[in-house]
Design a protein around this ligand. Structure first.
Ligand SMILES: Cc1cc2nc3c(=O)[nH]c(=O)nc-3n(C[C@H](O)[C@H](O)[C@H](O)COP(=O)(O)OP(=O)(O)OC[C@H]3O[C@@H](n4cnc5c(N)ncnc54)[C@H](O)[C@@H]3O)c2cc1C
Length: 418
């Protein structure tokens, strides 16, 4: 008798792994497939924050006027590979169309509807995986400002956060440095979000959660999905580099690579690779407690269990393009400007990483049934928030697969909205 693999989840990043766990909770047999070990792509290299204060989308009103200047400034967070511009132009046109105040406010409300459910869905998984030691629930998030102009330019975003229920405190530069003495004295103002959790190690967190999938009787399979066997009733099997795997259904949760898999399932999705970079100061003695986001430099700093991670940049290129060494050095230069101690004490080594955020032009994920097949579901496109939104996405997908009404209105996230 052939082995059945129940519902196959393709992609063992934060989104796919949480989806596998919630499917198990709904009583499904689950196989979690990845061509690598769990949590080795974007879910490894991110800035480790459960960004519950991030209802505000990256594309804000007025961005179109700023883009030309940003592309010419070597310290700007926005980078574009001109070679890829023709392919990306339709995506950018949609992106710009989503930056009017009305659109931004409705996108923020949709993102908030998921963010409101993060801890309710994440914390039980973390507890069941015995991974509470990987969470810092006390550090909070500190937005820093080196100029009044940067502070003023952020006022609309903070008003939007306030309207969506995010609580924060205003600080001056001295107060910010009392909380984080390692910060540069260029900081003149700060905004602290006290209730914000980060993980000490996002890659390890996903691995522990994947261990729980196995402990609950699921299969974590290392193989690459290369195609689908599709019959009259939908997806019958996955074609992988290890052979054919018969399945009852499939969830596509393959981050930025979901675009190719969705296309194999007959759906074109506008998913761009918004590449980010980090520099990891491994073993540095510099002490930082909170997650910190420099509004001037669009750069984040997060203390992990093996050092301090500095990262940011939105580079639009192919997901498979080689990393640009200039981006990595920009991250290091700006990070050492923000936390000067990192230049004097970089630790045992500074490792660099680049990886892709899976980004839709309307800054909302795709969560729902595939437009073409009744037994295929999409769970991708979480841009800057995939670590944060993995657990609620998994919960919602499990409800859909179980044919239950989803506990969040999924209209704004419909995969066929484009
Ligand atoms: C610099 C940076 C900082 C960030 N900071 C944060 C943050 O602080 N908070 C936050 O919430 N988010 C953050 N993000 C975004 C976040 O990392 C992503 O949104 C999230 O990791 C996406 O998770 P995922 O599971 O969808 O994709 P991934 O983690 O990329 O996982 C997809 C998986 O699919 C597998 N796969 C792909 N194709 C196939 C195939 N054909 N067969 C089998 N397996 C396949 C891959 O190997 C991979 O493991 C950041 C991103 C970057 C780049």
């Amino acid at each position: 008798m052939e082995t059945r693999h129940g519902i196959a989840v393709v992609g063992a990043g934060m989104v796919g792994t949480c989806t596998a766990l919630y499917l198990q909770q709904e009583g499904f047999a689950v196989s979690l497939l990845d061509r690598k070990d769990p949590g080795e792509e974007a879910s490894f290299g991110n800035l480790a924050c459960f960004g519950t204060a991030s209802c505000v989308p990256p594309g804000m009103p007025g961005i179109i006027r700023k883009v030309p200047g940003m592309l010419l400034n070597r310290d700007s967070p926005l980078k574009l590979s001109w070679r890829h511009l023709p392919g990306l132009a339709p995506w950018f046109l949609r992106y710009i169309a989503n930056t009017s105040p009305g659109r931004v406010e409705s996108i923020a409300a949709a993102r908030q509807s998921l963010l409101d459910r993060v801890h309710e869905t994440l914390d039980p998984l973390v507890a069941a995986a015995g991974a509470q030691d990987l969470l810092n629930v006390h550090g909070g998030l500190l937005f820093t400002f080196e100029s009044q102009a940067a502070f003023d330019s952020a006022s609309y975003a903070f008003e939007l956060r306030r309207q969506n229920g995010v609580e924060f405190d205003m600080l001056d530069g001295k107060e910010a440095r009392t909380i984080e003495p390692a910060l540069t004295d260029r900081i003149i103002r700060a905004i602290r979000v006290p209730k914000l959790t980060h993980t000490y190690n996002p890659g390890q967190l996903v691995k522990r959660l994947a261990g729980l999938v196995t402990a609950r009787g699921g299969a974590v399979i290392r193989s690459e999905v290369r195609g689908f066997d599709i019959g009259a009733d939908g997806v019958r099997a996955l074609e992988t580099n290890q052979g054919t795997i018969p399945v009852d259904g499939v969830v596509i949760a393959a981050g930025v690579w979901s675009r190719r898999l969705a296309k194999m399932l007959g759906t074109n999705v506008p998913l761009a690779a918004e590449r980010g970079y980090h520099a990891m100061y491994e073993g540095t003695g510099v002490c930082v407690n909170s997650a910190i986001l420099s509004v001037d430099h669009h750069l984040s700093v997060t203390p992990l269990d093996y050092g301090i991670r500095v990262g940011g940049i939105a580079e639009f290129a192919s997901e498979d393009a080689a990393p640009d060494p200039a981006c990595a050095s920009t991250i290091r230069r700006l990070g050492e400007r923000m936390i000067p101690g990192l230049a004097d004490d970089p630790g045992e080594r500074v490792s660099e990483w680049a990886g892709s955020r899976p980004s839709h032009p309307d800054s909302k994920a795709s969560i729902g049934r595939s437009p073409k097949h009744g037994n295929a579901w999409f769970a991708f496109g979480h841009d800057h928030l995939g670590l944060t939104l993995g657990s609620i996405t998994g919960k919602l997908v499990s409800e859909l697969v179980a044919d239950k009404p989803p506990s969040v209105d999924l209209e704004p996230f419909r995969p066929d909205r484009f």
